[in-house]
Design a binder for this molecule. Structure first.
Ligand code: B1M
Length: 216
């Protein structure tokens, strides 16, 4: 039953059907299907396939955009259920965003949602953000942790610039730096002087707890 729903969610993303994706997500919640499983086993499978078809030249930019729209539409329905609905003690303050020149928002938003669901106070500054904009947001939020997402091999170097900008702003001892995104690796994170790398939204939460030394 759930397996069938995951497949349909994946297919709605592959076919670029935002309304269908939204209706399926609604159906999943009504039937008590785990929203996280819908994301990981349905929507993620679909968007990965869209990426593959794009790489193979089968899909073009419009299909990429509409596939992402379908995923976002379903996420909008599922994400509130990940939050648990209760007010919790704030475990840490996080500023998160996608680097300058990079418009990919879905993974970053998912990480932000999972952090919020786990008690972090998250300031999501959005996409295409310069190191200076990150630094201003860190100051404004009095953040303990900054999360930086990059999805393009051409923009991942912006993460290095962010580490440098944080040092230059005199904030390096105050804020931990976590990086992620499809082309980013553990060794890249070490090389640029970040404090940690997470492969997905779940491990980003574990990493955030470890970095700020809070009990999970
Ligand atoms: Co783009 N795109 N895209 N795209 N796009 C990729 C990334 C690509 C791999 C597709 C491909 O060729 N197979 C490729 C990059 C190649 C490369 O650099 N090596 C690519 C390209 C080339 C481009 C353009 C250049 C295409 C063009 O214009 N010719 C262009 C660039 C625009 C720009 O940013 N300046 C472009 C545009 C777009 C859209 C705008 C159309 C759209 C994004 C829409 C949106 O976000 N609103 C889009 C999409 C949808 C994709 C794919 C298909 C899916 C990305 C996604 O949302 N994945 C992607 C292919 C793919 O990834 N398979 C692709 C789902 C998301 C949940 O996963 O973002 O990886 P992800 O996040 C994960 C982890 O990475 C991690 O946790 C998340 C949850 O598990 N994570 C973190 C992410 N951030 C983290 C931060 C952390 C920790 C973990 O700590 C802070």
């Amino acid at each position: 039953m759930s397996e069938e729903l995951y497949k349909k969610l994946a297919q709605a993303v592959i076919d670029g059907e935002p309304e269908q994706a939204e209706a399926l997500a609604q159906q999943a919640l009504e039937q008590g299907v785990d929203p996280l499983a819908c994301i990981n086993r349905g929507l993620m499978v679909g968007i990965q396939k869209v990426g593959e078809l794009f790489s193979e030249g089968e899909y073009f930019l419009p299909e990429l955009i509409i596939g992402a729209d379908a995923m976002k539409q379903a996420l909008d329905v599922l994400e509130p259920s990940l939050m648990g609905g209760q007010a919790r003690e704030v475990v840490g303050r996080v500023v998160i965003g996608t680097v300058k020149g990079d418009l990919h928002e879905i993974g970053k938003t998912l990480v932000a949602t999972m952090l919020t669901a786990n008690g972090f106070k998250v300031t999501d500054i959005g996409v295409d953000k310069s190191p200076e904009e990150f630094v201003a947001a860190i100051r404004a939020a009095d953040a303990d942790l900054v999360g930086c997402s990059a999805l393009l091999t051409t923009t991942m170097l912006q993460q290095k610039k962010l580490v440098e900008a944080i040092k230059e702003a005199g904030l390096r001892d105050k804020v931990k730096i976590m990086v992620g995104g499809a082309p980013v690796t553990e060794s890249f994170a070490k090389e640029i002087g970040a404090d940690g790398y997470a492969e997905d939204a779940i491990s980003a939460v574990d990493l955030a707890f470890r970095l700020i030394d809070a009990p999970a």
